[in-house]
Design a protein around this ligand. Structure first.
Ligand SMILES: Nc1ncnc2c1ncn2[C@@H]1O[C@H](COP(=O)(O)OP(=O)(O)OP(=O)(O)O)[C@@H](O)[C@H]1O
Ligand SMILES: [Mg+2]
Length: 419
């Protein structure tokens, strides 16, 4: 035990703490948004005020641990420990455990109304499916574990509007923070007859002659929709990440919907019974602008008593010229639906995917073009990197295949940006 250095108003203390206890402290302080030194200070204060030492903690294998405490606190603590005939390491471990016991993990913040995120763009291959999966994975990550996230300021500086040439996002390790997962219950809906999301997550497309979302939307169900849902099992997601697989019968969806009354509401009618089990439903749209897109946009509309920006359309684009025309067509369709049916359909933002600033002026100036739209604003910038393609090849969720990759870090930032 020593006090080798002093900071401005606190003294550095070097002691020891078992690794598991230090980890619990790290997670809990991150969950509560408290500094470790504050937690240790509070724990020591509370421990010194106890009538006697608490339950002995196994401190075998304790490792070096240093923190900063208010001047004089360590000396006072040392005296109390001596009186109680416990070692300083034991006293510190008990103090930290006491703080943990009196500062439980916060409850997961669940939305009052299940959020609906509609990931769309009729342009093919821009990354709708990748973004649907990545955002869903990020939102369902364990709230009792820490994951690397690109902090907001990094995104902001990467997207600096006045310096397009600077808009090359190589994530600086200093801009990465470890944060607890949101721990939300997420349903991914594969709304694309191509079944890409289903295949990419290692699930099987539904059989053509069985039940499907298409049947439910067409008013011809063959059972309960919830019976078709599969869990994407990985301990990061703790059983909270589910998928409603697609069926190739969705190629006929527009035809079947044409005979359905209030067909814009068909997706909502089908999915409503599932919502009680989920905090967020994310719909991976097909690359088309047909009736199914209307139904998806309608599903994402702002409901009565729902705050703005909770649900809506998340538009995935690329930093290239052809994306701009596609964007205009899509937003025109959403505008028409808004006006024709007098709906509030919010934009959750634009995600610029498959970005590679090394492609030069076309990429950087297109990115600038997306930033200049401002409303909706760019909420995510995901680089073109190998991990996404590898995860698809391995049929694994990106965030469990490469949890520390730049893409995973950016997906977590995106998920938080639209929360
Ligand atoms: N950021 C990325 N970096 C590298 N590869 C990516 C990235 N995002 C997507 N991809 C790859 O690009 C391809 C197209 O992506 P994806 O299937 O997500 O696009 P999509 O918009 O859903 O396509 P579609 O319109 O056919 O539904 C896939 O092979 C995917 O793995
Ligand atoms: Mg897709």
């Amino acid at each position: 035990m020593s006090m080798p250095a002093t900071s401005s108003d606190r003294a550095k203390v070097v002691s020891k703490l078992p690794g598991w206890l230090r980890q619990n402290l790290k997670i809990r302080t991150a969950q509560l948004g408290i500094e470790i030194q504050t937690a240790v200070e509070q724990g020591i204060t509370a421990w010194c005020e106890l009538a006697s030492a608490s339950t002995t903690i196994d401190t075998a294998g304790a490792e070096s641990f240093s923190t900063f405490l208010p001047p004089g606190q360590w000396e006072a603590f040392r005296k109390v420990a001596e009186d109680r005939r416990v070692s300083l390491i034991q006293g510190l471990a008990q103090s930290v455990q006491l703080w943990l016991d009196t500062h439980p993990a916060p409850d997961v913040q669940r939305p009052a109304i299940t959020r609906r995120i509609v990931v769309c763009n009729q342009k093919g291959g821009v990354g709708k499916t990748a973004i649907t999966a990545g955002v869903g994975e990020a939102l369902s990550e364990d709230s009792n574990r820490l994951f690397p996230v690109r902090v907001a300021k990094a995104l902001a500086s990467a997207l600096r509007a006045d310096e397009p040439d600077e808009a090359v996002v190589e994530t600086d390790p200093l801009d990465v923070e470890k944060l607890p997962g949101p721990g939300l219950r997420v349903l991914l809906v594969d709304f694309d007859p191509q079944c890409h999301l289903t295949n990419q997550l290692g699930a099987a497309p539904l059989a053509m002659n069985g039940d499907s979302l298409t049947n439910h939307m067409a008013g011809d169900p063959k059972g309960e929709l919830k019976d078709l849902i599969v869990s994407i099992d990985d301990d990061h997601f703790g059983g909270r990440l589910h998928l409603l697989p697609a069926c190739h019968d969705a190629f006929l969806l527009d035809v079947r919907l044409s005979a359905v009354r209030a067909r814009e509401a068909a997706l909502e009618r089908a999915l409503l019974p599932l919502e009680a089990d989920y905090d967020v439903v994310i719909v991976d749209c097909p690359p088309s602008l047909g009736l199914s897109m209307d139904a998806a946009a309608y599903y994402g509309r702002r409901r009565d008593s729902e705050g703005p920006g909770q649900s809506g359309a998340l538009i995935v684009v690329q930093a290239e010229d052809s994306s701009a025309d596609a964007y205009d067509l899509l937003t025109n369709q959403i505008e028409d639906l808004r006006n024709d049916l007098a709906l509030d359909i919010d934009y959750l933002g634009i995600v610029v995917n498959l970005y590679d600033g090394r492609r030069g002026y076309i990429a950087t100036s297109s990115l600038q073009g997306w930033i200049d739209i401002k409303d909706p604003r760019v909420v995510g910038l995901i680089n073109d990197l190998k991990e996404q393609k590898e995860a698809v090849r391995m049929k694994q969720p990106l965030l469990s295949y490469a949890p520390a990759s730049q893409q995973a870090i950016a997906m977590r930032a995106l998920a938080r940006e639209i929360s």
